[in-house]
Design a protein around this ligand. Sequence first.
Ligand SMILES: CC1=C[C@H](O/C=C(C)\C=C\C2=C(C)CCCC2(C)C)OC1=O
Ligand SMILES: CC(/C=C/C=O)=C\C=C\O
Ligand SMILES: [Fe+2]
Length: 542
Amino acid sequence: MAAYHPYHPTLYTAPRTPCFSGSSSLGQTVHNVITARVSRKQSVKAAIDCGTKLSAWTNVRREHWEGDLAVEGHLPAWLNGTYLRNGPGLWDVGEHSFHHIFDGYATLVRISFRRGRATGAHRHIESEAYKAAMVNGRPHHREFSQLCPRRPGSLLDRLRNVIGLSSGTMLSDNANISVFPLGDGRVICLTETTKSSVLVDPETLDTIGKFRYADRLWGPLQSTHPVVTRTEFLTLLPDLFRRGHRVVRMAAGSNERKVLGRVHCRGGMTPGWVHSFAVTEKYIIVPEMPLRYSVTGVLKSELTPWYIFDWVPESGSYMHVICRLTGKTVASVEVPLFMALHFINAYEQREDDGDRTGVLIADCCEYYADPSIIKALALHRLRSPGINKDTFPDARVARFRIPLDGTPVGELETVLDPDVHGRGVELCSINPAYQGKEYRYVYACGAQRPCNFFNSLTKIDLVKKEAKNWYEAGSVPSEPFFVARPGGTDEDDGVVISIVSTTQDEGYALLLDAASFEEIARVRFPYGLPYGFHGCWIPKKI
Ligand SMILES: CC1=C[C@H](O/C=C(C)\C=C\C2=C(C)CCCC2(C)C)OC1=O
Ligand SMILES: CC(/C=C/C=O)=C\C=C\O
Ligand SMILES: [Fe+2]
Protein backbone atom coordinates (compact mmCIF):
# COMPACT_ATOMS: atom_id res chain seq x y z
CA MET A 1 0.00 0.00 0.00
CA ALA A 2 1.43 3.40 -0.95
CA ALA A 3 1.98 5.92 1.82
CA TYR A 4 -0.78 8.41 2.55
CA HIS A 5 -0.22 11.67 0.80
CA PRO A 6 -2.40 14.74 1.16
CA TYR A 7 -2.45 15.37 -2.59
CA HIS A 8 -3.31 11.82 -3.71
CA PRO A 9 -6.90 11.82 -4.96
CA THR A 10 -6.53 8.05 -5.00
CA LEU A 11 -3.59 5.97 -3.92
CA TYR A 12 -1.47 5.15 -6.91
CA THR A 13 1.05 2.41 -7.45
CA ALA A 14 3.37 2.87 -10.38
CA PRO A 15 3.76 0.21 -13.03
CA ARG A 16 6.71 -1.90 -11.96
CA THR A 17 8.26 -3.33 -15.04
CA PRO A 18 10.17 -6.60 -15.02
CA CYS A 19 13.91 -6.27 -14.58
CA PHE A 20 16.74 -7.44 -16.74
CA SER A 21 19.38 -9.50 -14.95
CA GLY A 22 21.18 -7.93 -11.99
CA SER A 23 24.47 -6.04 -12.01
CA SER A 24 26.20 -4.80 -8.83
CA SER A 25 25.22 -6.07 -5.42
CA LEU A 26 23.57 -2.75 -4.64
CA GLY A 27 21.87 -3.10 -8.01
CA GLN A 28 20.69 -6.56 -7.04
CA THR A 29 19.20 -5.15 -3.86
CA VAL A 30 17.46 -2.53 -5.99
CA HIS A 31 15.95 -5.19 -8.22
CA ASN A 32 14.74 -7.17 -5.32
CA VAL A 33 13.24 -4.17 -3.62
CA ILE A 34 11.56 -2.94 -6.78
CA THR A 35 10.16 -6.25 -7.89
CA ALA A 36 9.61 -8.13 -4.68
CA ARG A 37 6.26 -6.78 -3.63
CA VAL A 38 4.44 -6.27 -6.88
CA SER A 39 1.01 -7.76 -6.61
CA ARG A 40 -1.11 -8.55 -9.63
CA LYS A 41 -3.79 -6.19 -8.37
CA GLN A 42 -1.29 -3.34 -8.25
CA SER A 43 -0.01 -3.96 -11.79
CA VAL A 44 -3.52 -4.13 -13.21
CA LYS A 45 -4.53 -0.91 -11.46
CA ALA A 46 -1.38 0.78 -12.74
CA ALA A 47 -2.04 -0.36 -16.29
CA ILE A 48 -5.60 0.97 -16.18
CA ASP A 49 -4.58 4.31 -14.69
CA CYS A 50 -1.78 4.68 -17.15
CA GLY A 51 -3.67 3.51 -20.20
CA THR A 52 -0.33 3.24 -22.03
CA LYS A 53 3.13 1.79 -21.72
CA LEU A 54 4.67 5.21 -21.48
CA SER A 55 8.04 4.73 -19.84
CA ALA A 56 8.35 8.43 -18.97
CA TRP A 57 6.69 8.00 -15.55
CA THR A 58 7.82 4.44 -14.93
CA ASN A 59 10.78 3.22 -12.91
CA VAL A 60 13.77 2.42 -15.06
CA ARG A 61 13.99 -1.36 -15.27
CA ARG A 62 17.42 -1.90 -13.87
CA GLU A 63 20.01 0.04 -12.01
CA HIS A 64 22.55 0.05 -14.80
CA TRP A 65 22.78 -0.69 -18.51
CA GLU A 66 25.47 -0.05 -21.07
CA GLY A 67 25.73 -1.02 -24.73
CA ASP A 68 25.74 -0.09 -28.42
CA LEU A 69 22.80 1.91 -29.69
CA ALA A 70 21.09 1.40 -33.04
CA VAL A 71 21.31 4.50 -35.23
CA GLU A 72 18.48 5.30 -37.64
CA GLY A 73 19.37 8.14 -39.97
CA HIS A 74 22.72 9.82 -40.20
CA LEU A 75 24.81 11.23 -37.36
CA PRO A 76 26.97 14.24 -38.33
CA ALA A 77 30.65 13.31 -38.57
CA TRP A 78 31.55 16.30 -36.38
CA LEU A 79 29.39 15.12 -33.48
CA ASN A 80 32.04 13.60 -31.20
CA GLY A 81 31.38 13.68 -27.51
CA THR A 82 28.98 12.71 -24.78
CA TYR A 83 25.47 13.90 -24.05
CA LEU A 84 24.56 13.35 -20.38
CA ARG A 85 21.08 13.83 -19.00
CA ASN A 86 19.96 13.85 -15.39
CA GLY A 87 16.49 13.23 -13.99
CA PRO A 88 14.42 11.02 -11.73
CA GLY A 89 14.20 7.34 -12.69
CA LEU A 90 12.92 5.46 -9.68
CA TRP A 91 9.80 6.53 -7.83
CA ASP A 92 8.92 3.30 -6.02
CA VAL A 93 10.88 1.48 -3.40
CA GLY A 94 9.41 -1.49 -1.63
CA GLU A 95 5.86 -0.61 -0.71
CA HIS A 96 6.56 3.09 -0.93
CA SER A 97 5.59 5.20 -3.94
CA PHE A 98 6.69 8.81 -4.30
CA HIS A 99 4.03 11.31 -5.20
CA HIS A 100 5.86 13.88 -7.31
CA ILE A 101 8.12 13.79 -10.34
CA PHE A 102 10.76 15.77 -8.38
CA ASP A 103 11.08 13.03 -5.73
CA GLY A 104 12.43 10.22 -7.94
CA TYR A 105 15.97 8.91 -7.40
CA ALA A 106 18.47 10.38 -9.84
CA THR A 107 19.19 8.44 -13.01
CA LEU A 108 21.84 9.53 -15.46
CA VAL A 109 21.52 8.68 -19.14
CA ARG A 110 24.58 8.83 -21.37
CA ILE A 111 24.84 8.80 -25.15
CA SER A 112 28.32 8.95 -26.60
CA PHE A 113 28.79 9.83 -30.24
CA ARG A 114 31.91 8.84 -32.11
CA ARG A 115 32.42 8.94 -35.89
CA GLY A 116 28.78 8.32 -36.76
CA ARG A 117 28.20 5.63 -34.13
CA ALA A 118 26.65 5.76 -30.69
CA THR A 119 26.87 3.91 -27.40
CA GLY A 120 24.60 4.46 -24.43
CA ALA A 121 24.22 3.79 -20.73
CA HIS A 122 22.12 4.66 -17.75
CA ARG A 123 22.84 4.41 -14.05
CA HIS A 124 21.38 5.59 -10.79
CA ILE A 125 23.39 8.11 -8.84
CA GLU A 126 24.41 6.46 -5.60
CA SER A 127 23.42 9.23 -3.23
CA GLU A 128 23.08 8.57 0.49
CA ALA A 129 19.32 8.92 0.08
CA TYR A 130 19.23 6.32 -2.69
CA LYS A 131 21.49 3.87 -0.88
CA ALA A 132 19.55 4.20 2.37
CA ALA A 133 16.29 3.60 0.50
CA MET A 134 17.73 0.50 -1.16
CA VAL A 135 19.02 -0.96 2.05
CA ASN A 136 15.90 -0.21 4.09
CA GLY A 137 13.32 -0.86 1.38
CA ARG A 138 11.81 2.60 1.87
CA PRO A 139 12.92 6.25 1.74
CA HIS A 140 14.85 7.62 4.66
CA HIS A 141 15.29 11.27 3.73
CA ARG A 142 13.15 14.32 3.14
CA GLU A 143 12.54 14.73 -0.60
CA PHE A 144 10.69 17.55 -2.38
CA SER A 145 7.17 16.28 -1.66
CA GLN A 146 8.11 13.46 0.65
CA LEU A 147 8.16 14.36 4.30
CA CYS A 148 10.66 12.87 6.69
CA PRO A 149 9.67 9.26 6.79
CA ARG A 150 9.31 9.44 10.55
CA ARG A 151 5.97 11.33 10.73
CA PRO A 152 6.19 13.47 13.84
CA GLY A 153 3.93 11.91 16.41
CA SER A 154 5.48 12.94 19.71
CA LEU A 155 7.10 16.22 20.66
CA LEU A 156 10.44 14.40 20.69
CA ASP A 157 9.91 13.24 17.08
CA ARG A 158 9.11 16.79 16.07
CA LEU A 159 12.26 18.03 17.75
CA ARG A 160 14.32 15.33 16.02
CA ASN A 161 12.87 16.42 12.68
CA VAL A 162 13.59 20.09 13.29
CA ILE A 163 17.21 19.27 14.21
CA GLY A 164 17.58 16.82 11.31
CA LEU A 165 16.19 19.31 8.83
CA SER A 166 17.97 22.42 10.03
CA SER A 167 21.32 20.62 10.31
CA GLY A 168 20.67 19.05 6.91
CA THR A 169 21.19 15.43 8.02
CA MET A 170 17.66 14.42 7.10
CA LEU A 171 17.56 16.36 3.83
CA SER A 172 17.95 14.41 0.66
CA ASP A 173 21.15 14.48 -1.39
CA ASN A 174 19.29 13.00 -4.35
CA ALA A 175 20.95 15.03 -7.16
CA ASN A 176 18.23 14.45 -9.74
CA ILE A 177 17.86 17.70 -11.64
CA SER A 178 20.94 19.00 -13.44
CA VAL A 179 24.42 18.00 -14.62
CA PHE A 180 27.36 20.22 -15.64
CA PRO A 181 30.95 19.78 -16.78
CA LEU A 182 32.99 22.15 -14.63
CA GLY A 183 35.74 24.19 -16.24
CA ASP A 184 38.34 21.80 -14.78
CA GLY A 185 36.80 18.66 -16.33
CA ARG A 186 34.94 17.37 -13.28
CA VAL A 187 31.25 16.61 -13.81
CA ILE A 188 28.78 17.64 -11.13
CA CYS A 189 25.12 16.70 -10.58
CA LEU A 190 22.80 18.84 -8.48
CA THR A 191 19.45 19.44 -6.93
CA GLU A 192 18.54 22.21 -4.52
CA THR A 193 20.12 20.84 -1.36
CA THR A 194 23.77 21.77 -0.90
CA LYS A 195 24.63 18.23 0.15
CA SER A 196 23.34 16.95 -3.20
CA SER A 197 26.43 18.19 -5.08
CA VAL A 198 27.82 14.92 -6.43
CA LEU A 199 30.70 14.19 -8.79
CA VAL A 200 30.19 11.52 -11.43
CA ASP A 201 32.34 9.82 -14.04
CA PRO A 202 30.79 10.80 -17.39
CA GLU A 203 32.02 7.60 -19.02
CA THR A 204 31.08 4.88 -16.53
CA LEU A 205 28.41 7.00 -14.76
CA ASP A 206 29.93 5.88 -11.47
CA THR A 207 29.24 8.12 -8.50
CA ILE A 208 32.70 9.35 -7.55
CA GLY A 209 31.61 11.05 -4.35
CA LYS A 210 30.44 14.26 -2.84
CA PHE A 211 31.67 17.58 -4.13
CA ARG A 212 33.03 19.04 -0.89
CA TYR A 213 32.90 22.81 -0.69
CA ALA A 214 36.13 24.02 0.87
CA ASP A 215 34.62 27.06 2.53
CA ARG A 216 32.60 27.85 5.58
CA LEU A 217 29.48 29.06 3.82
CA TRP A 218 26.65 27.52 5.75
CA GLY A 219 23.27 26.88 4.19
CA PRO A 220 21.31 23.75 3.32
CA LEU A 221 20.06 25.04 -0.04
CA GLN A 222 21.63 26.10 -3.33
CA SER A 223 20.47 26.76 -6.87
CA THR A 224 20.04 23.77 -9.16
CA HIS A 225 20.97 26.02 -12.07
CA PRO A 226 24.36 27.58 -11.47
CA VAL A 227 25.87 29.48 -14.37
CA VAL A 228 28.88 27.39 -15.33
CA THR A 229 31.54 28.57 -17.73
CA ARG A 230 35.10 27.48 -18.45
CA THR A 231 36.34 29.84 -15.77
CA GLU A 232 33.70 29.94 -13.06
CA PHE A 233 30.63 28.59 -11.30
CA LEU A 234 28.17 31.24 -10.18
CA THR A 235 25.33 30.27 -7.91
CA LEU A 236 22.83 31.46 -5.32
CA LEU A 237 22.49 30.27 -1.74
CA PRO A 238 19.03 31.09 -0.38
CA ASP A 239 19.09 32.53 3.10
CA LEU A 240 15.75 31.53 4.56
CA PHE A 241 16.15 33.38 7.82
CA ARG A 242 17.47 36.66 6.47
CA ARG A 243 15.08 36.79 3.52
CA GLY A 244 17.60 36.85 0.73
CA HIS A 245 20.16 35.03 -1.38
CA ARG A 246 23.92 35.07 -1.25
CA VAL A 247 25.46 35.32 -4.71
CA VAL A 248 28.59 33.18 -4.73
CA ARG A 249 31.37 32.44 -7.16
CA MET A 250 33.74 29.50 -7.38
CA ALA A 251 36.69 29.63 -9.78
CA ALA A 252 37.23 26.63 -12.05
CA GLY A 253 39.57 24.12 -10.41
CA SER A 254 38.66 25.31 -6.93
CA ASN A 255 36.18 23.99 -4.35
CA GLU A 256 35.93 27.27 -2.54
CA ARG A 257 32.91 29.50 -2.98
CA LYS A 258 33.35 33.19 -2.30
CA VAL A 259 30.50 35.56 -1.60
CA LEU A 260 30.21 38.10 -4.35
CA GLY A 261 27.12 39.89 -3.10
CA ARG A 262 23.74 39.60 -1.51
CA VAL A 263 20.19 39.99 -2.70
CA HIS A 264 17.62 41.27 -0.22
CA CYS A 265 14.18 40.03 -1.11
CA ARG A 266 11.62 42.83 -0.89
CA GLY A 267 8.27 41.09 -0.60
CA GLY A 268 6.94 38.60 1.93
CA MET A 269 8.54 37.15 5.02
CA THR A 270 10.78 34.60 3.27
CA PRO A 271 12.80 34.61 0.05
CA GLY A 272 11.19 33.78 -3.25
CA TRP A 273 12.06 30.45 -4.83
CA VAL A 274 14.74 30.95 -7.47
CA HIS A 275 15.00 27.83 -9.59
CA SER A 276 17.20 29.59 -12.12
CA PHE A 277 18.63 33.05 -12.67
CA ALA A 278 20.14 34.90 -15.61
CA VAL A 279 23.39 36.66 -16.37
CA THR A 280 24.46 39.29 -18.86
CA GLU A 281 28.08 40.16 -19.59
CA LYS A 282 28.18 42.67 -16.71
CA TYR A 283 25.28 41.69 -14.44
CA ILE A 284 23.60 38.90 -12.51
CA ILE A 285 19.80 39.10 -12.56
CA VAL A 286 18.03 37.50 -9.60
CA PRO A 287 14.25 37.09 -9.88
CA GLU A 288 11.96 37.29 -6.87
CA MET A 289 8.54 35.79 -7.46
CA PRO A 290 5.75 35.35 -4.92
CA LEU A 291 6.26 31.59 -4.66
CA ARG A 292 8.17 31.76 -1.40
CA TYR A 293 9.87 29.16 0.76
CA SER A 294 7.67 28.08 3.61
CA VAL A 295 10.28 27.97 6.37
CA THR A 296 7.70 26.85 8.91
CA GLY A 297 6.50 24.10 6.58
CA VAL A 298 10.01 22.68 6.19
CA LEU A 299 10.84 22.93 9.88
CA LYS A 300 7.52 21.57 11.07
CA SER A 301 7.74 18.77 8.53
CA GLU A 302 4.45 19.72 6.95
CA LEU A 303 3.51 20.12 3.33
CA THR A 304 1.90 23.38 2.33
CA PRO A 305 -0.64 23.58 -0.51
CA TRP A 306 2.43 24.20 -2.70
CA TYR A 307 4.55 21.45 -1.12
CA ILE A 308 7.37 23.49 0.36
CA PHE A 309 6.33 26.92 -0.83
CA ASP A 310 3.60 29.48 -0.17
CA TRP A 311 2.02 31.40 -3.02
CA VAL A 312 1.79 34.98 -1.75
CA PRO A 313 0.69 37.16 -4.68
CA GLU A 314 0.23 40.21 -2.49
CA SER A 315 3.96 40.12 -1.71
CA GLY A 316 4.77 41.17 -5.28
CA SER A 317 7.44 40.30 -7.82
CA TYR A 318 10.82 41.95 -8.28
CA MET A 319 14.00 41.74 -10.30
CA HIS A 320 17.34 42.41 -8.63
CA VAL A 321 20.47 43.29 -10.59
CA ILE A 322 23.95 42.65 -9.18
CA CYS A 323 27.15 43.91 -10.78
CA ARG A 324 29.38 40.91 -11.57
CA LEU A 325 32.50 42.90 -10.84
CA THR A 326 31.63 44.61 -7.56
CA GLY A 327 28.82 42.42 -6.22
CA LYS A 328 26.77 45.56 -5.56
CA THR A 329 23.04 45.69 -6.22
CA VAL A 330 22.69 48.24 -9.01
CA ALA A 331 18.93 47.95 -9.50
CA SER A 332 15.95 46.39 -7.81
CA VAL A 333 12.65 46.96 -9.57
CA GLU A 334 9.10 45.84 -9.06
CA VAL A 335 7.70 43.89 -12.01
CA PRO A 336 4.29 42.43 -12.86
CA LEU A 337 3.45 39.24 -11.00
CA PHE A 338 5.06 36.19 -12.58
CA MET A 339 5.78 32.49 -12.12
CA ALA A 340 8.81 31.08 -13.92
CA LEU A 341 11.19 28.22 -13.26
CA HIS A 342 13.57 28.64 -16.13
CA PHE A 343 15.24 31.80 -17.36
CA ILE A 344 16.27 31.45 -20.98
CA ASN A 345 18.84 34.21 -21.36
CA ALA A 346 19.48 37.88 -20.64
CA TYR A 347 21.47 40.68 -22.20
CA GLU A 348 22.21 44.37 -22.04
CA GLN A 349 20.19 46.28 -24.61
CA ARG A 350 22.60 47.62 -27.24
CA GLU A 351 23.47 51.31 -26.92
CA ASP A 352 22.49 52.06 -30.51
CA ASP A 353 18.89 51.27 -29.59
CA GLY A 354 18.45 54.92 -28.62
CA ASP A 355 16.29 55.46 -25.56
CA ARG A 356 16.65 51.81 -24.53
CA THR A 357 20.19 52.38 -23.30
CA GLY A 358 20.49 51.21 -19.74
CA VAL A 359 17.92 48.45 -20.01
CA LEU A 360 18.43 44.77 -19.35
CA ILE A 361 16.41 42.17 -21.20
CA ALA A 362 15.67 38.88 -19.41
CA ASP A 363 13.58 36.14 -21.04
CA CYS A 364 11.89 33.25 -19.27
CA CYS A 365 9.29 30.48 -19.61
CA GLU A 366 6.39 32.04 -17.73
CA TYR A 367 3.11 30.58 -16.46
CA TYR A 368 0.88 33.69 -16.37
CA ALA A 369 1.54 34.19 -12.65
CA ASP A 370 0.05 30.81 -11.83
CA PRO A 371 2.10 28.28 -9.81
CA SER A 372 -0.10 25.30 -10.72
CA ILE A 373 2.67 23.77 -12.89
CA ILE A 374 4.07 22.49 -9.57
CA LYS A 375 0.89 20.49 -8.97
CA ALA A 376 0.62 19.43 -12.61
CA LEU A 377 3.88 17.51 -12.11
CA ALA A 378 2.38 15.17 -9.49
CA LEU A 379 2.83 11.61 -10.76
CA HIS A 380 -0.82 10.60 -10.49
CA ARG A 381 -1.70 13.45 -12.85
CA LEU A 382 1.03 12.63 -15.33
CA ARG A 383 0.03 8.96 -15.29
CA SER A 384 -3.65 9.63 -15.96
CA PRO A 385 -3.72 11.38 -19.33
CA GLY A 386 -7.34 10.32 -19.91
CA ILE A 387 -8.58 11.95 -16.73
CA ASN A 388 -6.37 15.02 -17.00
CA LYS A 389 -7.00 15.56 -20.69
CA ASP A 390 -6.25 19.21 -21.13
CA THR A 391 -5.31 20.42 -17.73
CA PHE A 392 -1.76 21.45 -18.43
CA PRO A 393 -1.02 25.07 -17.45
CA ASP A 394 -0.38 27.54 -20.26
CA ALA A 395 3.05 29.09 -20.57
CA ARG A 396 4.60 31.78 -22.74
CA VAL A 397 8.00 33.22 -23.54
CA ALA A 398 7.99 36.36 -21.43
CA ARG A 399 10.46 39.21 -21.65
CA PHE A 400 11.41 41.48 -18.76
CA ARG A 401 12.75 44.96 -19.42
CA ILE A 402 14.70 46.05 -16.39
CA PRO A 403 15.70 49.72 -16.28
CA LEU A 404 19.09 50.57 -14.81
CA ASP A 405 18.43 54.30 -14.58
CA GLY A 406 16.65 54.28 -11.23
CA THR A 407 13.11 53.83 -12.60
CA PRO A 408 11.43 51.73 -9.87
CA VAL A 409 9.41 49.43 -12.10
CA GLY A 410 10.21 47.03 -14.90
CA GLU A 411 8.03 45.71 -17.71
CA LEU A 412 6.94 42.23 -18.72
CA GLU A 413 5.56 41.27 -22.12
CA THR A 414 4.72 38.17 -24.13
CA VAL A 415 7.30 37.75 -26.88
CA LEU A 416 5.28 35.73 -29.39
CA ASP A 417 1.84 34.22 -29.76
CA PRO A 418 2.01 31.14 -27.48
CA ASP A 419 -0.31 29.22 -29.81
CA VAL A 420 2.61 28.76 -32.19
CA HIS A 421 4.35 26.51 -29.64
CA GLY A 422 1.20 24.94 -28.24
CA ARG A 423 0.74 27.28 -25.26
CA GLY A 424 3.51 25.52 -23.36
CA VAL A 425 7.19 26.41 -23.17
CA GLU A 426 9.64 24.92 -20.70
CA LEU A 427 13.05 23.24 -20.33
CA CYS A 428 14.85 25.55 -22.71
CA SER A 429 18.32 25.76 -24.19
CA ILE A 430 20.23 28.22 -26.36
CA ASN A 431 23.57 28.27 -28.13
CA PRO A 432 25.87 28.68 -25.08
CA ALA A 433 28.11 31.08 -27.00
CA TYR A 434 25.21 33.55 -26.76
CA GLN A 435 24.76 33.35 -23.01
CA GLY A 436 24.50 36.89 -21.67
CA LYS A 437 24.43 38.34 -25.18
CA GLU A 438 21.74 39.40 -27.61
CA TYR A 439 20.42 36.21 -29.20
CA ARG A 440 17.71 34.97 -31.51
CA TYR A 441 16.89 31.27 -31.04
CA VAL A 442 15.42 29.27 -28.16
CA TYR A 443 14.88 25.49 -28.14
CA ALA A 444 12.28 24.27 -25.67
CA CYS A 445 9.57 21.75 -24.92
CA GLY A 446 6.12 22.79 -26.12
CA ALA A 447 2.62 21.56 -25.36
CA GLN A 448 0.32 20.76 -28.28
CA ARG A 449 -3.23 20.68 -26.91
CA PRO A 450 -5.00 18.73 -25.58
CA CYS A 451 -2.34 17.35 -23.28
CA ASN A 452 -1.43 16.80 -19.64
CA PHE A 453 2.32 17.34 -20.15
CA PHE A 454 4.85 18.80 -22.58
CA ASN A 455 4.65 16.69 -25.72
CA SER A 456 6.57 18.53 -28.44
CA LEU A 457 9.78 20.36 -29.19
CA THR A 458 9.92 23.88 -30.46
CA LYS A 459 12.50 26.19 -31.99
CA ILE A 460 11.52 29.78 -31.38
CA ASP A 461 12.78 32.65 -33.48
CA LEU A 462 12.57 35.66 -31.17
CA VAL A 463 13.17 38.10 -34.00
CA LYS A 464 10.56 36.83 -36.46
CA LYS A 465 8.35 35.73 -33.53
CA GLU A 466 7.80 32.34 -35.14
CA ALA A 467 8.25 28.73 -34.08
CA LYS A 468 8.95 25.41 -35.77
CA ASN A 469 7.68 22.37 -33.93
CA TRP A 470 8.44 18.65 -33.71
CA TYR A 471 5.50 16.57 -32.55
CA GLU A 472 4.59 12.88 -32.72
CA ALA A 473 1.44 11.62 -31.03
CA GLY A 474 2.25 9.39 -28.05
CA SER A 475 5.77 10.78 -27.56
CA VAL A 476 7.19 12.69 -24.61
CA PRO A 477 10.45 14.43 -25.55
CA SER A 478 12.69 15.89 -22.84
CA GLU A 479 14.67 19.16 -22.86
CA PRO A 480 15.99 19.87 -26.38
CA PHE A 481 19.68 20.51 -25.81
CA PHE A 482 21.61 22.54 -28.39
CA VAL A 483 25.09 21.32 -29.37
CA ALA A 484 27.07 23.72 -31.57
CA ARG A 485 29.03 22.48 -34.57
CA PRO A 486 32.70 23.19 -33.87
CA GLY A 487 33.71 26.11 -36.07
CA GLY A 488 30.09 27.02 -36.83
CA THR A 489 29.37 30.73 -37.10
CA ASP A 490 25.57 30.89 -37.32
CA GLU A 491 23.73 30.91 -33.99
CA ASP A 492 21.71 27.84 -35.02
CA ASP A 493 24.54 25.86 -36.64
CA GLY A 494 24.43 22.58 -34.74
CA VAL A 495 22.10 19.85 -33.58
CA VAL A 496 19.46 19.58 -30.92
CA ILE A 497 19.34 16.41 -28.79
CA SER A 498 16.27 15.30 -26.86
CA ILE A 499 15.46 11.94 -25.30
CA VAL A 500 12.02 10.66 -26.24
CA SER A 501 9.83 8.19 -24.34
CA THR A 502 6.84 6.80 -26.22
CA THR A 503 3.60 5.01 -25.43
CA GLN A 504 5.09 2.02 -27.28
CA ASP A 505 7.65 1.71 -24.50
CA GLU A 506 10.45 3.05 -26.69
CA GLY A 507 13.36 5.20 -25.61
CA TYR A 508 15.53 7.02 -28.11
CA ALA A 509 17.62 10.13 -28.56
CA LEU A 510 16.16 12.33 -31.26
CA LEU A 511 18.60 14.49 -33.20
CA LEU A 512 17.26 17.50 -35.04
CA ASP A 513 19.23 19.78 -37.30
CA ALA A 514 19.09 23.01 -35.30
CA ALA A 515 18.81 25.27 -38.36
CA SER A 516 15.97 23.49 -40.17
CA PHE A 517 14.56 21.76 -37.08
CA GLU A 518 14.21 18.64 -39.26
CA GLU A 519 14.94 15.20 -37.84
CA ILE A 520 18.32 13.78 -38.80
CA ALA A 521 18.58 10.65 -36.63
CA ARG A 522 17.11 8.49 -33.90
CA VAL A 523 19.48 6.63 -31.63
CA ARG A 524 17.59 3.83 -29.95
CA PHE A 525 17.90 2.30 -26.50
CA PRO A 526 16.59 -1.26 -26.25
CA TYR A 527 14.04 -0.15 -23.64
CA GLY A 528 11.87 2.82 -22.73
CA LEU A 529 13.47 5.52 -20.59
CA PRO A 530 11.95 7.51 -17.74
CA TYR A 531 11.57 11.25 -18.20
CA GLY A 532 14.56 13.45 -17.39
CA PHE A 533 15.19 17.16 -16.87
CA HIS A 534 18.48 18.75 -17.80
CA GLY A 535 21.41 17.67 -19.94
CA CYS A 536 24.90 18.77 -20.88
CA TRP A 537 27.45 18.16 -23.62
CA ILE A 538 31.02 17.05 -23.04
CA PRO A 539 33.01 17.31 -26.25
CA LYS A 540 35.48 14.53 -27.00
CA LYS A 541 39.04 15.76 -26.82
CA ILE A 542 40.68 14.92 -30.13
C1 LIG B 1 12.77 21.75 -9.74
C2 LIG B 1 13.30 21.29 -8.45
C3 LIG B 1 12.67 20.71 -7.48
C4 LIG B 1 13.61 20.34 -6.48
O1 LIG B 1 13.32 20.82 -5.29
C5 LIG B 1 13.31 22.16 -5.00
C6 LIG B 1 13.46 22.49 -3.75
C7 LIG B 1 13.55 23.88 -3.29
C8 LIG B 1 13.59 21.38 -2.84
C9 LIG B 1 14.12 21.38 -1.71
C10 LIG B 1 14.25 20.20 -0.91
C11 LIG B 1 14.80 19.04 -1.43
C12 LIG B 1 15.30 18.86 -2.83
C13 LIG B 1 14.97 17.84 -0.61
C14 LIG B 1 14.81 18.05 0.84
C15 LIG B 1 13.98 19.11 1.31
C16 LIG B 1 13.75 20.32 0.50
C17 LIG B 1 14.39 21.50 1.17
C18 LIG B 1 12.27 20.46 0.51
O2 LIG B 1 14.86 20.84 -6.91
C19 LIG B 1 14.68 21.38 -8.09
O3 LIG B 1 15.56 21.86 -8.73
C1 LIG C 1 9.75 22.62 -14.34
C2 LIG C 1 10.42 21.34 -14.60
C3 LIG C 1 9.85 20.43 -15.38
C4 LIG C 1 8.82 20.60 -16.07
C5 LIG C 1 8.51 19.56 -16.93
O1 LIG C 1 9.25 18.90 -17.51
C6 LIG C 1 11.56 20.94 -14.16
C7 LIG C 1 12.45 21.58 -13.43
C8 LIG C 1 13.60 20.99 -13.33
O2 LIG C 1 14.68 21.59 -13.34
FE1 LIG D 1 15.47 23.20 -13.98
